[in-house]
Write a protein that binds this ligand. Structure first.
Ligand SMILES: NC(=O)c1ccc[n+]([C@@H]2O[C@H](COP(=O)([O-])OP(=O)(O)OC[C@H]3O[C@@H](n4cnc5c(N)ncnc54)[C@H](OP(=O)(O)O)[C@@H]3O)[C@@H](O)[C@H]2O)c1
Length: 436
């Protein structure tokens, strides 16, 4: 399909472009300026400004087979309704899809209700006050022969961006991870690439007049997100809750209210009816070991293959951390390759071969984390070959609540990882304590 995409340069729009193209569609990007933007994968670019609905006339040409409207609202309900009119009118009578992007904030606080679905009446918070009206205006196009559909994303994360990047930035600036409102706030979340796949599914096969929650995890405790954001920022401290009035001084009252919103929203309908399969790491994992904490990479070309390899290597190191923190001997052993692995501990004890490593681990790991534990962050990956990597890790001692123990030295584990039969495993490892 040839798809006109507004908001194509944005956070979500960039991912939607990638996934539309991967699914064989052509993206015609509507941009405010005419400057070409090479490398974006667009088939064509047209100029239009959603703050000026008249500028959209003629952008939905007869070859356009679908419209995805991702550009944000202008703040003026009449302008936004005029935008819907301008973009949807050329599709009337064609049964072609028009997908409008709303958001879960139109549901308001869900209170004690768990995982509310698309049938739940809207109760918008102020920042999206008139958005339900726009949703209804969009869905009214069904009567005009447009396959009108609404997608409501949760809080979008991944690719190092979105609202979680604000948490990372604040933790870095303040030296403390923070979250907003009250302690027990939850956010429904979605990985930006999973969400982009939902947009592709919606444009390809959503029934006219349908509304879909783009939600991967229905209610993530924001305290956990804040702690993970601190980790991404290199700040190992207890998250602090900032009252909404204080947050309003930083973010303005409308956005502060949104950040403090407690929601539990279901994305099950899209999984069942559209076959959507959001399968990427959850928001906490993504913040802890994913795109929010960049890794220096050497010896491999930039691109998706290297990204996939680095992600897999980070998962191995995350596995080491999980196994250590939870004293899981078998899980720890599973990261090692069977053939002649070697592991030298932080105290200089060299263990040669799987059996020695196993015997030692079974003896020392159970009970080893009673007082404290450690976090492991990949800092540098050098690909010696495409399937052999030298990995520099930073190990920091922490309490069980994730806060840094400052009077204990860090470690600098160094792993040689090998990819065999499609799986990365530790072939050799050595830890070194950092001396002051
Ligand atoms: N991010 C989330 O967590 C989230 C959650 C739920 C819903 N949403 C909704 O999803 C949509 C996209 O969000 P996003 O996070 O991708 O936003 P974003 O990164 O800020 O991107 C906004 C996009 O819209 C374009 N745009 C802005 N004003 C425009 C105008 N007057 N005319 C034409 N294009 C304009 C921008 O183009 P320029 O390059 O010209 O600036 C950019 O491509 C929004 O409607 C947002 O409310 C987002």
């Amino acid at each position: 399909m040839k798809v006109l995409l507004t908001g194509a340069t944005g956070y979500i729009g960039s991912a939607v472009t990638d996934h539309l193209v991967a699914a064989g569609h052509q993206v015609v990007a509507l941009t405010r300026g005419a400057e070409p933007q090479p490398g974006r994968g667009w088939h064509a670019q047209v100029v239009g400004d959603t703050a000026d609905p008249a500028s959209l006339a003629g952008t939905v040409t007869p070859e356009i087979e679908a419209v995805i409207h991702l550009a944000p609202p202008s703040g003026d309900v009449d302008v936004d309704i005029a935008v819907i009119e301008a973009l949807a009118a050329p599709l009337r009578g064609t049964r072609r899809p028009f997908v409008y992007t709303s958001g879960v904030w139109v549901l308001g606080a869900t209170g004690d209700a768990q995982e509310v679905g698309e049938e739940t009446p809207t109760d918008p918070i102020d920042i999206v006050g008139y958005r339900p009206q726009i949703e209804r205006r969009v869905l009214a196009e069904v009567a005009e022969g447009v396959r009108a559909v609404v997608v409501r994303p949760g809080i979008v994360y991944g690719r190092g961006g979105g609202i979680p990047a604000i948490l990372v930035d604040r933790a870095r600036r303040q030296g403390t991870p923070e979250y907003y409102g009250v302690e027990g706030v939850h956010w429904p979340t979605v990985h930006v690439d999973d969400l982009a796949e939902l947009f592709v599914a919606a444009v390809e096969r959503a029934e006219p007049g349908t509304v879909w929650h783009g939600v991967g995890e229905s209610a993530v405790p924001v305290r956990d997100l804040a702690r993970a954001a601190g980790r991404a920022a290199g700040v190992l401290a207890a998250p602090q809750v900032v009252p909404v009035e204080q947050a309003a001084e930083v973010f303005g009252p409308l956005f502060a209210e949104a950040l403090a919103l407690d929601q539990s929203v279901s994305g099950a309908a899209a999984r069942t009816a559209l076959g959507w399969q959001p399968g990427r790491p959850g928001a906490v994992a993504e913040l802890t070991t994913g795109s929010y904490r960049p890794v220096e990479v050497f010896g491999a070309p930039e691109g998706p293959e290297t990204d996939t390899a680095v992600a897999a290597i980070r998962r191995v190191v995350a596995e080491v951390e999980q196994a250590q923190q939870n004293e899981l001997v078998d899980r720890f052993l599973s990261v090692f390759r069977r053939q002649d692995p070697v592991w030298t501990t932080g105290h200089g004890k060299r263990l040669s071969g799987f059996e020695e490593i196993e015997t030692f681990t079974r003896k020392v790991l159970p009970g080893a984390m009673a007082e404290s534990t450690a976090v492991y962050d990949v800092e540098r990956v050098l690909f010696l070959k495409p399937d052999v990597a030298a990995v520099n890790v930073r190990q920091q001692p922490v309490r069980h609540d994730g806060t840094r123990i400052t009077d204990r030295p860090e470690g600098r584990p160094f792993y040689i990882l090998v990819k065999e039969d499609g799986t990365w495993r530790v072939g050799a490892a050595q830890n070194t304590v950092v001396a002051d």
